[in-house]
Design a protein around this ligand. Sequence first.
Ligand SMILES: [Zn+2]
Length: 147
Amino acid sequence: MSWENEKRICPHCGIEFMPNAHNQKYHSEECKQAAENKRWYQQNKEARKKQITEQRRQKREERRKLLVDRMALAGTTYLNEQIALGNPQIDLTNAWRKFLPEGTPQADEKAAMLAFVRGTELAAEMHRVNALMRGHPLDDSPLPDEA
Ligand SMILES: [Zn+2]
Protein backbone atom coordinates (compact mmCIF):
# COMPACT_ATOMS: atom_id res chain seq x y z
CA MET A 1 0.00 0.00 0.00
CA SER A 2 1.54 3.34 -1.05
CA TRP A 3 1.34 6.50 1.08
CA GLU A 4 -1.46 8.04 -1.08
CA ASN A 5 -3.94 5.42 0.12
CA GLU A 6 -2.75 5.40 3.69
CA LYS A 7 -5.02 7.09 6.21
CA ARG A 8 -3.13 9.16 8.78
CA ILE A 9 -4.10 10.71 12.10
CA CYS A 10 -3.18 14.34 12.72
CA PRO A 11 -1.03 14.38 15.91
CA HIS A 12 -2.38 17.83 16.79
CA CYS A 13 -6.17 17.50 16.47
CA GLY A 14 -6.63 13.76 16.03
CA ILE A 15 -8.54 14.01 12.75
CA GLU A 16 -8.09 11.22 10.19
CA PHE A 17 -6.90 12.45 6.82
CA MET A 18 -5.49 11.30 3.48
CA PRO A 19 -2.00 12.80 2.93
CA ASN A 20 -1.15 14.97 -0.10
CA ALA A 21 2.56 14.33 0.29
CA HIS A 22 4.53 11.35 1.62
CA ASN A 23 6.00 13.46 4.46
CA GLN A 24 2.76 15.21 5.47
CA LYS A 25 2.36 14.83 9.21
CA TYR A 26 -0.45 17.27 10.09
CA HIS A 27 -3.86 17.38 8.43
CA SER A 28 -3.69 21.16 7.78
CA GLU A 29 -1.31 24.13 7.77
CA GLU A 30 -3.18 25.47 10.81
CA CYS A 31 -2.48 22.28 12.76
CA LYS A 32 1.17 22.30 11.69
CA GLN A 33 1.52 25.92 12.86
CA ALA A 34 -0.34 25.29 16.10
CA ALA A 35 1.86 22.28 16.86
CA GLU A 36 5.01 24.32 16.18
CA ASN A 37 3.77 27.12 18.44
CA LYS A 38 3.04 24.64 21.17
CA ARG A 39 6.50 23.10 20.87
CA TRP A 40 8.13 26.56 20.96
CA TYR A 41 6.08 27.52 24.02
CA GLN A 42 7.01 24.29 25.81
CA GLN A 43 10.72 24.79 25.10
CA ASN A 44 10.54 28.36 26.37
CA LYS A 45 8.66 27.27 29.43
CA GLU A 46 11.39 24.74 30.23
CA ALA A 47 14.09 27.39 29.76
CA ARG A 48 12.26 29.86 32.02
CA LYS A 49 11.74 27.19 34.65
CA LYS A 50 15.44 26.28 34.57
CA GLN A 51 16.39 29.95 34.91
CA ILE A 52 14.11 30.48 37.93
CA THR A 53 15.32 27.26 39.56
CA GLU A 54 18.93 28.41 39.11
CA GLN A 55 18.20 31.87 40.57
CA ARG A 56 16.52 30.28 43.59
CA ARG A 57 19.45 27.90 44.07
CA GLN A 58 21.88 30.83 44.04
CA LYS A 59 19.81 32.78 46.58
CA ARG A 60 19.65 29.69 48.82
CA GLU A 61 23.44 29.34 48.55
CA GLU A 62 23.93 33.01 49.47
CA ARG A 63 21.63 32.69 52.48
CA ARG A 64 23.39 29.52 53.54
CA LYS A 65 26.80 31.15 53.28
CA LEU A 66 25.62 34.10 55.39
CA LEU A 67 24.24 31.71 57.97
CA VAL A 68 27.40 29.59 58.06
CA ASP A 69 29.50 32.73 58.62
CA ARG A 70 27.07 33.94 61.27
CA MET A 71 27.13 30.59 63.03
CA ALA A 72 30.93 30.49 63.00
CA LEU A 73 30.89 33.87 64.81
CA ALA A 74 28.47 32.40 67.34
CA GLY A 75 30.83 29.46 67.89
CA THR A 76 28.67 26.84 66.24
CA THR A 77 28.31 25.17 62.86
CA TYR A 78 25.48 24.59 60.44
CA LEU A 79 25.49 20.85 61.18
CA ASN A 80 25.59 21.46 64.95
CA GLU A 81 22.48 23.61 64.69
CA GLN A 82 20.74 21.03 62.50
CA ILE A 83 21.49 18.31 65.03
CA ALA A 84 20.40 20.63 67.86
CA LEU A 85 17.05 20.98 66.09
CA GLY A 86 16.83 17.19 65.88
CA ASN A 87 17.14 16.92 62.12
CA PRO A 88 20.53 16.82 60.33
CA GLN A 89 18.69 17.38 57.03
CA ILE A 90 16.74 20.50 58.05
CA ASP A 91 17.22 23.58 55.88
CA LEU A 92 18.20 26.32 58.30
CA THR A 93 18.22 29.04 55.67
CA ASN A 94 14.52 29.53 56.38
CA ALA A 95 14.70 28.85 60.11
CA TRP A 96 14.51 32.56 60.98
CA ARG A 97 10.99 32.63 59.52
CA LYS A 98 9.51 30.90 62.51
CA PHE A 99 10.20 33.97 64.64
CA LEU A 100 8.04 36.14 62.39
CA PRO A 101 4.36 36.66 63.16
CA GLU A 102 2.13 35.19 60.47
CA GLY A 103 1.33 37.59 57.65
CA THR A 104 4.55 39.62 58.01
CA PRO A 105 5.04 41.69 54.83
CA GLN A 106 7.83 40.50 52.54
CA ALA A 107 9.85 43.71 53.03
CA ASP A 108 9.85 43.06 56.79
CA GLU A 109 10.87 39.45 56.16
CA LYS A 110 13.98 40.67 54.34
CA ALA A 111 14.83 43.00 57.20
CA ALA A 112 14.32 40.12 59.63
CA MET A 113 16.62 37.89 57.57
CA LEU A 114 19.33 40.56 57.65
CA ALA A 115 18.83 41.04 61.38
CA PHE A 116 19.11 37.29 61.82
CA VAL A 117 22.37 36.83 59.93
CA ARG A 118 23.83 39.97 61.52
CA GLY A 119 23.17 38.52 64.94
CA THR A 120 20.58 40.83 66.44
CA GLU A 121 17.49 39.81 68.44
CA LEU A 122 16.24 37.17 66.03
CA ALA A 123 19.53 35.28 66.05
CA ALA A 124 19.78 35.52 69.82
CA GLU A 125 16.21 34.22 70.05
CA MET A 126 17.01 31.30 67.77
CA HIS A 127 20.00 30.37 69.87
CA ARG A 128 17.82 30.51 73.00
CA VAL A 129 15.31 28.18 71.34
CA ASN A 130 18.10 25.87 70.19
CA ALA A 131 19.58 25.81 73.69
CA LEU A 132 16.16 24.91 75.10
CA MET A 133 15.73 22.14 72.56
CA ARG A 134 19.17 20.82 73.45
CA GLY A 135 18.06 20.73 77.06
CA HIS A 136 20.42 23.47 78.17
CA PRO A 137 19.16 26.12 80.59
CA LEU A 138 17.99 29.41 79.12
CA ASP A 139 21.03 31.58 78.53
CA ASP A 140 20.48 35.28 78.05
CA SER A 141 24.14 36.19 77.73
CA PRO A 142 24.98 38.03 74.51
CA LEU A 143 26.43 36.20 71.52
CA PRO A 144 30.25 36.45 71.26
CA ASP A 145 30.23 39.19 68.60
CA GLU A 146 27.69 41.25 70.50
CA ALA A 147 29.56 41.30 73.78
ZN1 LIG B 1 -5.13 18.48 12.64
